[in-house]
Design a protein. Structure first.
Length: 590
């Protein structure tokens, strides 16, 4: 079984479209096609891309990065016959420029697991290590470490290019450092031609100078390579600097002071969740050149009056669609209609697209809908669903895929106090039970294999009954089978102090969300990652021990922890921008 929660959504965002039952394809320049079979979980790269190992055709997290990289290469103009996959353990994709001219060796790594950073550092440190077997017909000119991820509805990527010296050794002093959610120069940019990569040498000082110039126009904005990555102001009226091309995911997240934002015509990309929780935002216009929008950028903006000038989107009766009206992006919280008939053309209902709509009583899902992203009906207190899509089954207040192997949504207004997830369900999708305040017990079936990030967040009365051998449930805490990941900590747990078991390496996303009794959390020395929202809304939390093993504290990890006055964090820990929002925590680095 694939370790991807919703593979159809991923391929659909890449531009694959259904050609027969469970088979999707994408057509590239020269009428070349790649197909994916969702039922068999296989990728068919066609008859020109050379596949040396069938394992590269299976659905896995890393193979998703590989197929996305191949997608980018083909769209850039690289010929399918130039791509070789799985012919050596030293790289995933090999590119030939001519019949005997090996040009680029590409290693694809998962970004979220830090595989990319580790691989880049390994190449830099081990300068004498051969990149590829030194054979006469495998003298590559460049090594590329590549990573991508689906984040907030958009596919972000980063890469590092290394020129190779004679003998196939990397020269790390010439490396151009890639970065997640932004492109670098030299391989995929508009001005770069296929088969002609360029290495641009940069020093740290040059990078700092470039960044300083980018931010010199306004002290309110931090801009890198045309992307607005951070807003530092605090005014009610925000005018984004002209010249900005992209707004980063969540860049204005949780800024209740903002009432109006003016976006310049230079902007083409609007990141996912860009204005989420801007609760007093009233006026915003989507300018004419915006062609890309991530997951609901306006989630939980109850006062928003949205206008649209972009021909790439349709704003109709408070709902925002793409121009083909196949994707539902946003439905206004202020809409007073009690019934919403989703148009018959819609294929994808986006993440949290219909969020917090208190007036809605009924939504009809049409036959065309094949994709439901992270709980798109979250926090709608009076909502009932009518499902006409053959791709889904809605029964007993729960929405499943057609095979009843995944559960996507459970109605928060259900009168049921307990719910047994049916046997046969293998996947609980992200946020599927979010805010189900009436539920007191959910039974996990023996068939369960995968749980998306804490689907039981904000369920104050909930306990679990676990029948799955793939998980461990002890004292109100849910772990994976090896107890290396803490998935869920019950909000109703009365304990004020919790010492996390020494086996745990990852604190999952939203794992302790809203645990109002928790005052102290001790993390073991093996923990490497504190996930997004891990301790969010733990309003009584006063103390947390962060060991030196921690590598990263992600967004909103300690959001709204007002009693967490001081926290000692090791110097090596990477801390996301919004990790301590609304907590006013003073950090000491040791």
């Amino acid at each position: 079984m694939t370790d991807i929660l919703n593979p159809l959504n991923y391929f659909w965002k890449l531009g694959y479209r259904e050609v027969s039952q469970n088979v999707y394809q994408k057509r590239y320049p020269g009428q070349y096609t790649i197909k994916v079979d969702l039922a068999k979980e296989l990728i068919d790269y066609g008859d020109k891309i050379r596949l040396g190992d069938i394992a590269f055709a299976r659905f896995t997290q890393r193979n998703y990065v590989i197929v996305e990289c191949a997608d980018r290469l083909l769209l850039k103009g690289y010929r399918p016959s130039s791509l070789y996959m799985g012919f050596t353990n030293e790289c995933d994709i090999a590119i030939k420029a001519e019949p005997d001219d090996w040009l680029i060796a590409i290693r694809c790594r998962r970004w979220d697991d830090k595989e990319y950073d580790k691989e880049v550092e390994a190449v830099k440190v081990l300068q004498s290590r051969p990149v590829l077997p030194a054979s006469e017909n495998k003298q590559f000119q460049f090594l590329c470490v590549y990573a991508s991820t689906l984040r907030s509805g958009l596919i972000d990527y980063g890469y590092t290019m290394f020129p190779l010296t004679a003998g196939n050794c990397a020269k790390p002093d010439h490396a151009l450092k890639g970065r997640a959610v932004s492109s670098t120069t030299g391989l995929f940019e508009e001005e770069i031609e296929a088969y002609h990569p360029i290495i641009v040498e940069k020093t740290n000082q040059q990078d700092k100078t470039t960044r300083a110039k980018a931010t010199s126009g306004s002290s309110e904005f931090e801009i890198e390579n045309g992307e607005l990555i951070r807003y530092l102001g605090n005014g009610k009226l925000v005018a984004i600097s002209k010249g900005v091309k992209k707004l980063r995911n969540g860049v204005f997240w949780d800024r209740p002071e903002i009432m109006k934002v003016t976006i310049p015509d230079t902007v083409t990309n609007l990141g996912g969740e860009t204005f989420s929780d801007c609760t007093n935002l009233v006026n915003l216009t989507i300018p004419r050149h915006i062609s890309v929008i991530g997951d609901n950028p306006f989630s939980n903006c109850p006062a928003l009056i949205l206008k649209n000038e972009s021909p790439d989107f349709i704003l109709e009766d408070g709902a925002l669609y793409d121009r083909t009206k196949t994707r539902l992006i946003y439905y206004s919280m202020s809409n007073t209609a009690s019934v919403f008939e989703i148009p018959d053309s819609i294929i994808s209902i986006g993440k949290h697209a219909i969020h917090g709509c208190s007036a809605l009583r009924k939504i009809t899902i049409p036959p065309s809908v094949a994709i439901v992203e992270n709980n798109p009906f979250s926090s709608c207190p009076s909502l009932s669903l009518v499902n006409n899509s053959p791709y889904f089954v809605f029964e007993n207040d729960a929405l499943y895929d057609k095979n009843r192997t995944s559960i996507f949504y459970f109605a928060i207004n259900s009168s049921s106090k307990s719910f047994a997830i049916p046997e046969g369900v293998t996947t609980i999708q992200r946020h599927s039970f979010f805010g189900c305040v009436n539920l007191s017990n959910v039974t996990l079936p023996s068939t369960l294999e995968v749980i998306g990030y804490n689907p039981f967040a904000n369920c104050p009365s909930l306990s679990l009954t676990n029948n799955s051998p793939n998980f461990v449930y002890e004292n109100g805490v849910l772990y994976n089978r090896s107890k290396t990941k803490l998935v869920y900590y019950s909000m109703r747990n009365p304990e004020e102090e919790f010492v996390i078991p020494g086996t745990v390496r990852t604190i999952g996303r939203n794992a302790f969300f809203g645990c109002g009794n928790l005052r102290s959390a001790t993390l073991p020395d093996r923990v490497a990652l504190i996930g997004k929202g891990a301790f969010a809304n733990c309003v009584r939390l006063e103390k947390a021990k962060i060991p030196r093993s921690v590598i990263q504290i992600e967004d909103w990890a300690f959001y709204n922890c007002p009693n967490l006055a001081v926290l000692e964090v090791p110097k090596n820990v990477s801390i996301a921008d919004h990790a301590f929002s609304r907590s006013h925590t003073r950090l000491t680095r040791s």
